[in-house]
Write a protein that binds this ligand. Structure first.
Ligand code: ARG
Ligand code: ZN
Length: 881
């Protein structure tokens, strides 16, 4: 494998290639251990480039067997081979020339799952970001685009299915029991969008008629026997295609669109042109085996990869620094899609929860980086929640600032100008500026400055003058390499709420730009004055989370209750309930640390129970309200010197008090929210299940909780209810015989289903408390554990490190030592998987000092390991800096 050779790459060093690639013609002869690839590349020298400049091709772990220039074998003196490149000299000055490269690769031994590899006997590829160089020598960078012709030759019995990008050209029998298939992709594409799949797979077929009346074949390939579980994914695909036509005016372009689900995959999915490859977790679902969350994820990821066809493929990235150009934008598009398919406010709440849980910690720790970074050592480490989720938030703010129509005009201009290009973030922003005649230069700082802005707000009301004043101040914390920050353009959606709950319209506002219900904070300090306000209003600020900021606004419990009751923005109501909950959870953590009893404020409990029982509110919203801020949320709010045990027991104490006060409400909800009849995964039914299950979570804290959870488990007739009941049972009563019995029954029933087994591992890995570690270690030895399957590793080791604060952050540091040994073991096989799990340590400095010291030693132990991958070394060094 390639160990750390990582040079730092700088955005400022970008320059186009010396040679233009005109066409690519690939012929694969597949063999599990010795696949032969003949690659024919036609190039010409770019105008103005020095006639002596050599052609430089990237490579990684390749065996070169033949090299020809215009069909003649190349003399050894005309090229140089290194482990990472092939350099060819003395090439024609102006005329196009053809380079033929023949390489041999070993897919079976490719445990990194980058390039061409085998998963359950199926050949598949993953090329983003730099995997194509593991298949052949090539200018493996996103600004080199060409049409590809691909011929695949393989044993027919073992590989009846032969797929690549584009449209099917033809196929037939070959020699010795082999057959072939040829594909042509007319849309010039970079190598990272290349895909090949071959094997014996089942297929589900459908069609979609586009807005200009072309019929597109849709095919989803899965392992035999799993076809029925692909129907929801197919449905989501058709809805995505329709939505992109209606909302963004984007039509699909090839004759066929294919998705392949594989069981060994490092990430969620990949948008290869016309041939998306998916982690099967994001394709396969049925009521018996998939939770509502699984269905929602499938819908979102199918949409995400499909939407990439325009935002990513038709318009791609000039270089990897521009990754957010396709990822942030495409996440924004999939968020909007899900919001339209489901409940917009509930979707927004879930998005913000995720953003705060994942991106905010990244942005405030050693791995913080701008949405558009300017340096990297290992690009795989930049597929981050900052690039994806904060990148999406930045796109959302453009839409907020320009309004719906202005945003659409900008998107249309972007598509018109850049279709077929490898573009930059500057190109994207400029399209919005030009389409709207608006200067977005200050706004662009969102791409360039890392760190979550802190906005401090205070208000005052002058009854005599009938004015209401809002004073705002912004500060952007220092982040690695960026000690000083400029003030940013922060769009803050707001409402003024009167005593009777109605929204107040001020006669006028001064102090800065206000458009509709959005205040534009652009100065470091700025005051807005609302005039003609007859009585003191309650201010609801950053509604819908219009800006991804931390807001420090000390509002009274009464004001928060007013917002929680009356705001017309449901997100703001949820936010107010969260703001009421947090001080109680923080105090409870402090009390627990000092061994004191904690008392939860009545005002908060009442507001929460009022929302829970309010039948005018959709059940999914009520469930979100009842899911209090998590232990990790509380840790983030505390900001440092964290003791996860105190946070956990404080939070449990609060939950118990809510359960006691709300026993009746929860009992009723548990009965009334039962969904009747056959299971449907729609948002409304899912919302009812979510509310019923959160009621169960509280009821389980009361006397007889174990019995309740066990009988809910026994009665469950779908995976959502089953997983929830089992989690409640295992997490609250880990040592109860009923838990062992339920876990055993679950295993027995679903033993053959890998995706359900992942849930079984994750539930046990997240049982709170110091004993989690011995449980996790025992599970590593379980015959069902699969150390080479990324999903399984993430479900056991990943869930433990990311989602079990008391178990992982044990005061004696054993959790950290365990993680270090896992990382050291996984890294040589699969560096991307190791690196991803290692990011669970990104907030180690916020732990109290005993734990922080243990964490540092564990990181140092990894650092001392010889021949670490670039992926892991890059993270370790940034985390220890
Ligand atoms: N582009 C893929 C997506 O749709 C993800 C690729 C991730 N690649 C990586 N090297 N981590 O988001
Ligand atoms: Zn993506």
């Amino acid at each position: 494998m390639r160990t750390d050779t990582g040079q730092i790459v700088h955005l400022a060093d970008y320059r186009p290639t010396d040679f233009v690639l005109e066409r690519v013609d690939l012929t694969f002869e597949l063999d599990p251990r010795a696949t032969r690839l003949e690659s024919r590349l036609i190039f010409h020298r770019r105008e103005g480039v020095d006639a002596k400049a050599p052609l430089v091709l990237d490579g990684d772990e390749l065996t070169l067997t033949e090299l020809r220039l215009d069909q003649n074998e190349l003399p050894a003196g005309q090229y140089d081979l290194s482990p990472s490149s092939l350099v060819i000299r003395d090439l024609p000055e102006t005329a196009p020339f053809e380079v033929t490269v023949i390489t041999t690769i070993n897919p079976e031994e490719n445990t990194q799952l980058m390039g061409l590899y085998r998963t359950n006997g199926v050949y598949c590829t993953q090329c983003e970001a730099e995997g194509f160089r593991r298949i052949t020598y090539f200018p493996d960078r996103p600004d080199v685009l060409a049409p590809f012709t691909v011929t695949i030759i393989a044993d027919k019995a073992a590989n009846p299915v032969l797929l690549s990008n584009g449209n099917f050209l033809g196929g037939g029998n070959y020699d010795e029991g082999r057959h072939f298939a040829a594909w042509f992709d007319p849309f010039p594409k970079p190598s990272y969008l290349f895909a090949l799949v071959a094997g014996d797979l089942g297929v589900v077929e459908d069609t979609f008629t586009t807005m200009s009346d072309r019929e597109v074949k849709l095919k989803i390939y899965v392992e035999h026997g799993k076809e029925a579980r692909a129907s929801y994914a197919m449905d989501a695909l058709k809805r995505s295609m329709k939505w992109d036509e209606e909302v963004f005016g984007r039509e699909y372009d090839l004759d066929i669109f294919m998705i392949v689900a594989v069981s060994d995959f490092n990430m969620g999915a990949m948008e290869n042109k016309g041939l998306n490859v998916f982690n099967d977790k994001y394709v396969l679902a049925d009521p018996e085996t998939a939770t509502d969350q699984d269905y929602a994820n499938i819908e979102a990821i199918i949409a995400h990869e499909y939407f990439h066809n325009w935002t990513g493929n038709r318009i791609t990235c000039r270089d990897w620094f521009q990754l957010c150009l396709k990822e942030g934008l495409t996440v924004f598009r999939d968020h909007e899609f899900s919001a339209d398919q489901r409940s917009r406010s509930v979707k927004r709440i879930a998005e913000v929860r995720h953003l705060k849980a994942e991106q905010f910690p990244e942005d405030s720790g050693p791995l913080a980086h701008p949405v558009r970074p300017t340096t990297y050592r290992e690009i795989n480490n930049f597929y981050t929640t900052t690039v994806y989720e904060k990148g999406s938030e930045v796109t959302r703010m453009i839409a907020t600032i320009l309004g719906r129509d202005g945003f659409k005009k900008g998107m249309d201009l972007y598509f018109e100008r850049h279709d077929g290009d490898a573009a930059t973030v500057e190109d994207f922003v400029k399209s919005f500026e030009d389409a709207n005649g608006r200067d977005l230069s200050q706004f662009s700082l969102w791409y360039h400055q890392a760190g979550t802005p802190l906005v401090t707000a205070s208000t005052s009301y002058d009854a005599a003058a009938k004015t209401f004043e809002l004073s705002l101040e912004q500060a952007i914390p220092a982040t690695p390499g960026q000690p000083n920050k400029q003030p940013m353009h922060i769009p803050l959606s707001f409402a003024l709420i009167a005593d009777n709950g109605s929204l107040v319209n001020a006669a006028s506002v001064s102090g800065g730009e206000v458009t509709g219900d959005v205040l534009h904070l652009t100065e470091r300090q700025q005051s807005f004055t609302f005039s003609g306000v007859g009585s003191r209003p309650v201010l609801s600020l950053n509604r819908s989370f219009s800006a991804p900021i931390n807001l420090d606004f000390k509002q009274s419990a009464d004001d928060l209750v007013q917002i929680a009751r009356h705001d017309t923005d449901l997100f703001a109501r949820w936010q107010a309930l969260t703001d009421l909950a947090l001080p109680n959870l923080l105090q409870a953590a402090r009390d627990a640390r000092e061994g004191k009893e904690t008392v939860c404020e009545k005002a908060f409990i009442n507001a929460l129970l009022e929302a829970a029982a309010d039948e005018t509110l959709e059940p999914a919203f009520r469930a979100q309200a009842l899911a209090l801020p998590s232990e990790n949320d509380v840790a983030r709010e505390l900001g440092g010197n964290n003791d996860p045990d105190a946070i956990h027991s404080g939070r449990q104490a609060i939950l118990k008090q809510i359960a006691k006060a709300g026993a009746e409400v929860f009992g009723k909800l548990f009965e009334s929210m039962k969904t009747q009849g056959t299971f449907t995964p729609d948002a409304a039914s899912a919302g009812k299940r979510a509310l019923r299950n959160s009621a169960l979570g509280y009821l389980a804290l009361l006397d007889g909780g174990a019995e309740r959870a066990a009988s809910a488990f026994a009665a469950a007739d779908n995976m959502t209810d089953m997983v929830h009941a089992l989690t409640v049972l295992a997490h609250r009563f880990p040592d109860d015989a009923k838990t062992a019995e339920a876990l055993g029954a679950f295993l027995k029933r679903f033993e053959a289903n890998a995706l359900v087994l992942d849930k079984w591992f994750a539930i046990q890995a997240t049982i709170p408390g110091a004993s989690a570690l011995s449980r996790v270690k025992a599970l590593l030895e379980d015959p069902h554990y699969a150390p080479n399957n990324p999903n399984r590793v993430r479900s056991l080791v990943g869930s433990f490190a990311f989602a079990n604060p008391t178990g992982f952050h044990r005061a004696d540091g054993e959790g950290y030592r365990f993680l270090a040994s896992q990382i050291i073991g996984i890294d040589p096989r699969n560096p991307q998987l190791a690196a991803r799990i290692l990011t669970s340590m990104r907030s180690w400095r916020s732990m109290e000092s005993v734990r922080a010291n243990h964490a540092r030693s564990a990181l140092v132990e990894i650092e001392r390991t010889p021949s670490l991958s670039t992926d892991v070394r890059d993270l370790i060094e940034r985390m220890l800096k």
